[in-house]
Design a protein around this ligand. Structure first.
Ligand code: PBG
Ligand code: ZN
Length: 357
């Protein structure tokens, strides 16, 4: 019966009936929905302790490696402009810094040196009393148990700023290997635990492994920067290490950011050449590469969260645009979740502190 045909009084009661029916229908729908929802993922998110119980990825100070820039001089603890909270250190102040790193539960440091002079072949790089060699001795004496890793590359030490020997504007591969081998041996002789070739020269791991073994350092490990991309995220580091190339760029040896299959090939080659650990660098824009390397290989995998990643977080946090602590821990967790075992990060000390609170 159409409502239009009803009288005024009948109209009221009819409307009430309709309302009641509608109400009943809504209630029973809600009940049905509740019954149908067998799966309620929110149950496990209700309490902080519950969330901890089901957490899949755990970040801890033991996952982190702290980068250290070492310079000649005395009493130097100079902050790097584009990397607030990161400093240049002279040797006399290194023991205290190394002790603090160890106290925070961080197992290792990676050293980058700024030499007194630069030349065509980067002579200070393999000088037994170069800045890095002295820094290794200083740290191993102060905190013997702290793992000392050294970056093995030429760019900080050469006047042209490239990662190899340059001839007619070209970066020579095989000639560079001899220099890198010499650098690695001098780091080992000074007491380095791990050498980390970062120049992306073909065959660098094999050249370094055989030189270390021949020189009586079979116990020194190699962490290879296996998949290192030609990235714009290295900008602040190049300022810190004064290592920007004076002509051209690094695309002739570092990887094209568009390639992931090639990263698997690079990692396979380095493992074949004797790398003990492999690295993907940068981290944040390459989480898919980290994941793929993790799935294809069983070697320990490191990821380098580089200077530009750090600088972006710092810059936004300084403006109050993001919460530095939460963003940092979220990013580091993401890098581990992607599959990294170890993270090289300029946030290592802060993160270790936050994680212990
Ligand atoms: C040297 C080297 C670089 C970084 C680590 N080792 C710079 C580069 O390749 O230009 C970058 C680290 C960072 O940006 O934090 N080859
Ligand atoms: Zn380099």
């Amino acid at each position: 019966m159409s409502l239009l045909l009803l009288k005024e009084s009948e109209m009221m009661s009819a409307r009430e009936t309709v309302d009641k029916l509608r109400l009943r229908r809504e209630t029973s729908e809600a009940e049905e929905t509740a019954a149908a929802l067998l799966h309620r993922p929110r149950r496990l998110r209700r309490l902080d302790s519950m969330r901890r119980l089901v957490r899949e990825t755990r970040l801890s100070a033991g996952d982190l490696i702290h980068p250290l820039f070492v310079v000649h001089g005395q009493g130097i603890r100079e902050e790097i402009d584009s990397m607030p909270g990161t400093h240049h250190w002279s040797l006399d102040l290194l023991p205290a810094e190394a002790e603090e790193v160890a106290r925070l539960g961080i197992p290792g440091v990676i050293l980058f040196g700024i030499p007194a002079v630069k030349d065509a072949i980067g002579s200070e790089n393999f000088d037994d009393h170069g800045i890095v060699q002295e820094a290794i001795r200083t740290i191993k004496k102060a905190v013997p148990d702290l793992v000392v890793i050294t970056d093995v590359c030429m760019c900080q030490y050469t006047d042209h700023g490239h990662c190899g020997i340059v001839e007619d504007g070209r970066v020579l591969n095989d000639e560079t290997l001899e220099v890198l081998a010499r650098v690695a041996v001098s780091h080992a002789a000074a007491g380095a635990d791990v050498v980390a070739p970062s120049g992306m020269m073909d065959g660098q791991v094999a050249a370094i492994r055989s030189a270390l073994d021949a020189a009586g350092f079979p116990q020194v490990a190699i962490l290879s920067y296996a998949a290192k991309y030609a990235s714009a995220f290295y900008g602040p580091f190049r300022e810190a290490a004064e290592s920007a190339p004076q002509f051209g760029d690094r695309q002739g040896y570092q990887m094209d950011p568009a390639n992931a299959r090639e990263a698997l090939r690079e990692v396979a080659l380095d493992i074949d050449e004797g790398a003990d650990m492999v690295m993907v660098k940068p981290a944040l824009a390459y989480l898919d590469v980290i994941r793929q390397v993790r799935e294809a290989f069983d070697h320990p995998l490191a990821a380098f969260s580089v200077s530009g990643e750090y600088a972006m977080v710092k810059a936004a946090a300084q403006r109050g645009w993001i919460d530095e602590r939460r963003v940092t821990l979220e990013l580091l967790t993401a890098i581990k979740r992607a599959g990294a075992d170890t993270i090289l990060t300029y946030f290592a000390k802060d993160a270790a502190r936050w994680l212990s609170e």
